[in-house]
Design a protein around this ligand. Structure first.
Ligand code: THU
Length: 140
């Protein structure tokens, strides 16, 4: 599938749809996220807050769980919205989550247009870094 063929409007609609299910008694800031997987699935998630504020699950956490529990795959295109259906940027932690499953070329619809993951998370730490450590000499 060519990048220009990605179903951006459908992804945004799915993100808006799931944002209505968000559990946000503390911030009152619902978020919905949706992404296209390389097998054609669309995965999605909403934020789920907690009385222990720091334990809150961002919408992207639910999306990644949906991806993995549904059989895995690589993310190709991603959209995230607030309650007004405005596009928003994933927080820093969630950019790292997305990097793991989409890599540098993941396309993101941002408030400034379509951007790639490596544009919004430059010089990311990722799975490749774990492979590039020189073996230690001698015993482990
Ligand atoms: N939030 C997300 O769900 N994703 C993001 O990338 C940004 C922030 C949620 C977390 C919290 O429930 C609310 O937005 C306000 O920070």
């Amino acid at each position: 599938m060519d990048q220009t063929d990605y179903p951006w409007d459908e992804l945004r609609a799915r993100a808006v749809e799931i944002s209505v299910r968000a559990y946000v008694p503390y911030s009152r800031y619902p978020v919905g996220a949706a992404a296209l997987v390389d097998d054609g699935r669309i995965v999605a998630g909403c934020n789920v807050e907690n009385a222990g504020y720091g334990v809150t699950l961002c919408a992207e956490c639910g999306l990644i769980s949906d991806l993995v529990a549904g059989g895995g795959g690589r993310l190709l295109a991603f959209v995230c919205v607030n309650r007004d259906a405005d596009l928003i940027m994933p927080c820093g932690r969630c950019r790292q989550l997305l990097w793991e499953h989409g890599g540098a070329s993941l396309q993101m619809w941002t408030p400034e247009g379509i951007r790639t993951m490596d544009q919004v998370l430059p010089q990311a730490f990722g799975p490749d870094d774990l492979e590039q450590v020189r073996p230690r000499s001698g015993r482990p």
